[in-house]
Every structure is written in C-alpha cells, then in structure tokens.
Design a protein around this ligand. Structure first.
Ligand code: MTE
Ligand code: MOS
Length: 825
C-alpha cells in the first residue's frame, strides 16, 4: 500500500505530493459559489429559517442589565411568569453543570456580577417572541452599581489587566535605537470594529426521546459549541450534537461567542422538553457580543542614514473587554505581525490585555494581525516626511529580503515575492504616471487634494497554537458512483464548501456534479478546530484529499484487475478510469465502484490532516508557528475635500498571492470583500460607548446601522482591479494553494495611507500627519486643519509627545493619534 507524503518527498505515482495537480483538475476552475443561486433567491436555509419547520418552538429573550458594572442583589422571576405566554425563566439555579459560557471559566453564563452594559442576567422563554420580551421586562432585578473602567486610558491608569503578558523580541532594541541616525516616538490609539455579519447570532435546540441534545447553531466552531453545551448541561460530549447549516457571515465573531447562547437554548430545551430558539436581534447582537479589539500602542523607532529601520521598542495594550475570550491569541498574533513585511533587526515588543467593562472583544478577520500591522504602517507613514523621503520609498527599502527571519525566528520564505508583487503592482497600476498626475492635480486645486499610497501585506498562515492545525473529513462513495462529503469546516460565505467540492472532485477524478456536500455536524467529524485563521481550505482540503486518496487507492486495485495494468498506473479523470498505456480501455467511475462493492471493498473513508513542520513556544514567543506567509500589496488613490474632510476612494489596484488558486472567483471575491471590510474598519466604522458618568455609562451608543456606518456600494473604489499573483505554487499545501480569508483585509492600509498623503498635500510638506483611526471624514477634517496650520514638529521631550497625545483627542472618541520626534541620536 502506498502512503501519501504530505511534504511531497516520496509519494506513490498514484498520488503525487500534496501540492501537485492531476490532469484536468476541478480545482483552479472559475466556478460560482456552491450556494450562490440559493443565496440570491433567498432559498438558502439559515438556522433561524428552521423555526417555521419546527412545531412547538419556544423563543428566548434576555434580561439585560442596565449597568456597566454592578452586583445582582436580588432576582425575582415570578412577575414574568404572570405574563401570558411566558413558559419559563432560566437563571443560574437551573444550570445542572458548569455555569460558564467559555473554556477559561471567566465568563459566567448567568452572572451575579454584571460586567458590561447589556449583560444578560437571565433568559425568558415564551410561546412567542413578544411574550418572552414582555416577560424579560417583568423580571425584577436589584443591582448595586459598582465603579467601572471603560476606556483603554482608564484601564492603563487603573492597572486593570487580564491574562498573560507576552513579549516578542530579537537582538537588543536599545542598541538598535542607539545606533539610529534618527529616532521617533509616539502614542497611537485606534478603534475596534463590529462584525455586522448579516445573520445575527442564532441557535435552535431540540431534545430527542433519549435525552440527546441537537443544537443547530450559527457557529464557526461547532465542536467547541458542543463542548460548552455539554459542560453547561453536565453531560458528556457524545450526548450533544451541533450542526451548522451555513452562516450569514461570521468574520471571527462566531468563533467563541455562539457557545453560551447555544447553551442557553439547550438548557431551555432540556428543561421544557420543547425546541428553543434563541436569535439575537441586531441591537442585542451589537450590545451583547464581542468585537475587534481596540488597541493602544506606545512606540519608539530608529532609522539609519539610508532610512533602514535599526530598532523598534513598543508596548501594545489591547482592550479585551470583560473576559478573556480569545484576547490572548489575538494579542499573540498582533505581536507576531507588528513587523508586517519589514525587516526590523533589533526589536522588543510587549503586549498586555486591558480588562474593561465592555463586551468581551474577540476574533475578527485578521485576529490581531491588523492591529499589529497598523502600528508599523502608521509609524512609517508618519516618519517618511520627517525623514525627507516618500512613504513609498521608505516602505520599499525596508521590505524583507530572502534569508531574513521574523522577530520570532521564522524564516521569511519567498520574501522575494514582496518585491516582485510591489513592482508588478506599480507597473499594472501605472504608478509613476499616477504620481505625476496627482501632483499636477494638487498643484491646480487648493481645496481638494488627492493622495496615492502603496502598502504591503505579509500574513502568517496557521493557528499560532500548533494543536489546532488538524482537520478531519468523511467521504462516502455510493454504489452508483455518486459522492457525499463531510468535513469539519463551516461555511460562512467564504466559499469553503465550494473549494472542498472542487478538492474532492479533483482527488477522486470525478465531475463536480457527482459530488454533494452535507452540512457540518459534530457527529460526522469530531474534535474539529474552528473554521478560522484562514486555514479552512488548507486543513479540511488536506483531510478530504486524504480520504479520497484512501478510496482511489482501493479502487485502483479493482480497476487494475479490470484493465489488466499495475494499480499505480491507474488514472481517475472526470469520471473516467484508465490505465497509463491502456487509453483504449476506459471504465466509468461508477463501473469501477460497482465492481468494488461486489468485491466487498470499502467505499468510504475518514480522512485526516495535520500541518507538518510547525513548532511554537507560546511563552517565549519563538518558533515557526506558520506554515507559510500570504503576500500582497495594494495601491489606492483618494480625493479629499478640505472643507468637510469628506473623501472618495477613486481607485484601488491589488496584486495578491493565493498560491495556485483553488477557486479563482471565490478568491477574488474574498480579496474584494476583505479589502472593503478593512477599509470600513480604518475609515468609517466607529464604535462609541457612553463614557460619561451619567445613567447610561457603558452603554454602546452605536448599536444600529443608523449610527454605525458600514461600507456599502458607494464606498467601493470607483475603479477596482484585483490580480492574482501568478506562478505561485505553494509546496506542502493542498493543490499548491494559499489561504485567502483574512490577509486581504490588511490591504486596506493603502486607503488610510493615501488619505494621509492627501491630507499632507494641504500643508507645507516635511511634517508628519496625524490621522485618527478610523479616519472618518471628521478625523480627516481635523488632520487637514492641522496640516494647513503647518504645525511644526512637536517639541523634543517625550513628555511633550504624551501631552500632545492627551490634547490630540479631536473627536472626543477614544481614538486619537499623535507622535513626536525628538533629538537625533
Ligand atoms: N468571507 C465571508 N464571506 N464571510 C465571513 O464570515 N470570514 C473571514 C474569511 N472570509 C468570512 C469570510 C474569516 S475571519 C476567516 S478566518 C476566514 O474567512 C475563514 O474561512 P476560511 O478558513 O475557509 O478562509
Ligand atoms: Mo477568522 S478572525 O480567524 O474567524
């Protein structure tokens, strides 16, 4: 029997290395999303659509606390039970197992201490949603308000932190700074982001005659939802099955936060014996669930005479909200991405997590990577004018070169792709002509200015935590030759299922039309990792390919006897089975399958995949946590109106590396979507909490689409070109592809940096431009005002920088940005 060697060294001739593609593969074809027709006709089923098919369903509604921080001193549910239609009120007393929504045991499901405004202290079940809502209003709760910590500044001042502190370092940061020709330091605080998936959090729980719990949940991590439901109910995992049909977007928001909600629904179902549906409406979802972490960064950087970075010292503080959730791994990824695409020889970056009385911040596309990378991009954008060179040149001359390694010790393999992508992008976008055109435009217009910027992306692919880099699949071939696949990944619109159908069709050598994919369920594939870290296709694709190869290996024996050739010479292409040199003897896949069945050959297989070659010391923050890096670069052009700060995104060009694409339409869609979502984070989307001492302290003020501005069609670049980097086979990954889900989000730095360029054009030049993040029109307006005043370089002392920081909070929001440069070393 042959073995598939995933590092590609010595494989059988039947199955080549993992990255190799057979003849006429289904991968690489431009196929539409597998459910596109269902999405656009409204026929696609989401979890909440199931309630019309579920008789006797009860509806759940939360009792939300109206304080940022308080003790629950009394809870009386009896008035709620008098409300017609109310069936039951769930409280901590009802929990038979562990009263916790997470795995770190710092998130009580039914809390006695309210930790954020909107925290649910009890849940009401009603015959109708309206009955449950009225019941929740009737529940009588007494609170003893406590002092609260809301902003990062308050948390840092109060020393309110949680979780482990980590440091990434290499060499001697002080020595690196000391040998610099120019040094700068600054403080930068930037905002979080609401996921705003179109489908809000939803679970539907049922109990069968044997007490088995079946929870349908909009979750990126069905196995962990299963685990949490089981520990809340106090039953083993085998008593709980979780299914995810599909999600209307997850974006990281459904990696951990669906668990507690699923547990509430499951608890309600076990106590009442009736199906329970829990769906948050938009306000509840925005008020109660975690978001992208806002960060605070303090930094000091040095450059040599040739503008090369000599050293960086920084402290990143993330706002974790009330519980840890995924804050530690998010911080780890931020620390591992502060270098972005740049070589920083001597570096020391500290990370810590603030504890605040807000929603528990969580995964969001990029998972801390964007928060690390924005710091270095902000630094380079500010320092370039003070160094007297263009930001483009500063960035280009600091890009990683082959042979260099990241601060955590991982060689930057294929670093040459960064410069190749950079020049291809410039050439495709007509960079030099465009620079001249922008300069001419700016010279001719006093109150409208254009800006052009190019920024790179280098993003590590794999879960930092090595154990998560495994996946399973189940592939069934039926007697008629049709195929049903199941894998551990979830579909949230990103096209994973489409890619998995293509992988299975390729590995079995059958037409895609003969392969069907069944929804993700924990009783089909157990112990799965979250569909996250962009690794869904790498991991589950590896597992599906492995399962398919077990089947084709067995079928090859059967076919070889039928064709009279050696099993290693059997080929499966498009539903036809032949032997090398026996092209006249063609069998259909179904014929071979039928023969195999009669010979009692197993026609299904469970597949498994683990990413090879990873190691990571999470405490020392050293090792090679990533299988590879995804690379890309974007060039954006904006136009800013100096009177209002309003701006337009005129054009964006992108060259992005997805290896050899598994599915080019899907990948281009992911790049466009990621870029626009990143642009939303950096320019429009502003979360504001009530930070006054009034009665609503801690309340999220932006809790609807009316007050939280999302990118829409009108914010798309007027001209948008996405090009997939060619001849980019990634060895050691399924069919030579690379992950695509998150990295393109960070291409949006080009928009923020283009805005900075346009703002600078209002001023005399040679001075730094501070830009708040998000760079809303309001923030851009204040930056233009400052540029027009031609504000001189801040004073030399560090204290001046921090003074400027406090005064620079133009918008009144938590977001501000100021740096100061000081004496040359
Ligand atoms: N694309 C769509 N349409 N919807 C989503 O929710 N989530 C993103 C990205 N692209 C998301 C998306 C995030 S956060 C991740 S980690 C990846 O998809 C997860 O899927 P993958 O591993 O299959 O790429
Ligand atoms: Mo994505 S933030 O890893 O779910």
């Amino acid at each position: 029997m042959t073995r598939t060697n995933y590092d590609g060294a010595s494989a059988s001739s039947l199955h080549g290395p993992l990255a190799d593609r057979p003849a006429n593969p289904a991968v690489g074809r431009e196929v539409p999303h597998e459910a596109a027709a269902l999405h656009v006709t409204g026929a696609a089923l989401y979890t909440d659509d199931l309630i019309t098919r579920t008789p006797g369903v009860l509806h759940a509604w939360p009792v939300n606390a109206p304080h940022a921080h308080a003790l629950v001193t009394a809870l009386d549910v009896s008035p709620a039970l008098d409300v017609p239609g109310v069936v039951r009120v769930l409280t901590a007393d009802d929990v038979p197992g562990i009263n916790d929504a997470g795995i770190k045991h710092d998130e009580p499901l039914f809390p006695t201490e309210v930790m954020f405004h909107g925290h649910a202290v009890a849940w009401v079940l009603g015959e109708t949603l309206e009955a449950a809502r009225q019941g929740a209003e009737a529940v009588a709760v007494d609170y003893e308000p406590l002092p609260s910590v809301l902003t990062l500044t308050e948390a840092i001042g109060a020393g309110s932190f949680q979780g482990a502190r980590r440091t990434v370092s290499r060499g001697d940061a002080d020595a690196g700074l000391a040998r610099a020709h120019r040094r700068f330091r600054g403080v930068f605080e930037f905002g979080g982001q609401e996921h705003f998936y179109l489908e809000t959090m939803c679970s539907l729980a049922l109990v069968d005659e044997g007490g088995q719990v079946f929870v349908q949940s909009s979750t990126q991590h069905p196995s962990e939802t299963q685990e949490i439901v089981a520990h809340v109910l106090g039953v083993p995992s085998h008593a709980v099955t979780v299914q995810c049909l599909r999600m209307g977007g997850g974006f990281g928001g459904k990696e951990m936060q669906p668990h507690g909600l699923a547990a509430v629904a499951a608890l309600g179902a076990t106590l009442t014996g009736r199906p329970v549906r829990l769906r948050l409406n938009r306000t509840q979802d925005m008020t109660m669930t975690g978001k992208r972490h806002p960060f605070h960064a303090e930094w000091e950087i040095g450059f040599d005479e040739r503008h090369r970075i000599t050293g960086l010292r920084a402290t990143l503080t993330s706002d974790g909200g009330w519980s840890l959730d995924l804050s530690e791994p998010v911080l780890a990824r931020a620390l591992c991405h502060i270098d972005n695409a740049y070589w920083i020889p001597d570096i020391e970056v500290h990370g810590r997590i603030a504890k605040t009385h807000k929603t528990s911040q969580t995964a969001f596309r990029g998972f801390g990577g964007p928060q690390g990378m924005i710091v270095i991009e902000d630094i380079l954008g500010r320092c370039a004018p003070q160094l007297g060179i263009s930001a483009e040149e500063l960035r280009r001359s600091n890009l990683y070169a082959p042979g260099q390694a990241t601060p955590y010790g991982q060689p930057v393999r294929h670093a040459e792709r960064l410069t190749a992508i950079w020049s291809e992008l410039q050439q495709r976008a007509g960079y030099l002509d465009r620079v001249a055109a922008v300069e001419a435009f700016n010279a001719a217009h006093e109150d409208t200015k254009r800006g052009l910027a190019i920024t790179p992306v280098k993003f590590g692919i794999s879960f930092n935590l090595t154990a998560f880099n495994q996946a399973g699949a189940l592939v069934h071939v039926y007697k008629d030759g049709s195929v049903l696949i199941n894998h551990g990944g979830t579909e949230m619109g990103q096209g994973l299922h489409t890619k998995m159908l293509q992988v299975a069709a390729t590995a079995l050598g059958v037409p895609m039309s003969t392969v069907r994919l069944a929804p993700t369920r924990t009783d089909k594939v157990p112990n799965t990792s979250a569909t996250a870290a962009s690794s869904g296709a790498d991991l589950n694709g590896g597992a599906i390919k492995n399962a398919c190869e077990q089947i084709t290996e067995r079928l090859a024996d059967v076919a070889a006897r039928m064709i009279n050739c050696h099993p290693a010479d059997v080929r499966f292409v498009d539903g036809v089975v032949t032997g090398i040199g026996f092209a006249d003897r063609q069998l259909t896949f179904a014929e071979v399958v039928g023969a195999a069945y009669h010979q009692r050959v197993q026609l299904w297989a469970a597949g498994f995949y683990r990413t090879e070659g990873l190691h990571w010391d999470a405490e020392r923050m050293q090792g090679e946590p990533f299988k590879y890096f995804a690379y890309g670069a974007a060039l954006s052009e904006v136009e800013v109106d100096g009177w209002t700060g309003a701006y337009r995104l005129r054009r964006t060009d992108i060259v992005h590396d997805v290896g050899d694409s598994l599915s080019p339409l899907i990948d281009v869609g992911q790049i466009e979507g990621g870029f626009v979502q990143g642009t939303g984070w950096l320019t429009l989307e502003e979360l504001r909490w009530d930070t006054t001492d009034g009665p609503n302290r801690g309340r999220l003020s932006t809790q609807a689409a009316s007050t939280y501005k999302l990118p829409s069609f009108s914010e798309m670049p007027e001209e948008f070109h996405v090009h997939l980097f060619e001849r980019a086979t990634e060895s050691g990954v399924v069919y030579g592809s690379k992950a695509v889900g998150e990295p393109p989000l960070m291409l949006a730095f080009s928009v923020r940096e283009a805005l900075r360029q346009a703002v600078a054009a209002f001023g005399p030049g040679g001075i730094e431009v501070d830009l708040g993040s998000p760079a809303t029109p309001e923030a851009v307006f204040w930056a233009v005002e400052a540029a027009r005043r031609g504000r001189p370089e801040p004073a030399l002392a560090a204290s001046a920088a921090s003074e400027a920081y406090a005064a620079g909070n133009h918008s009144g929001a938590e977001v501000s940005a100021v740096s100061g440069s000081y004496a040359q070393a």
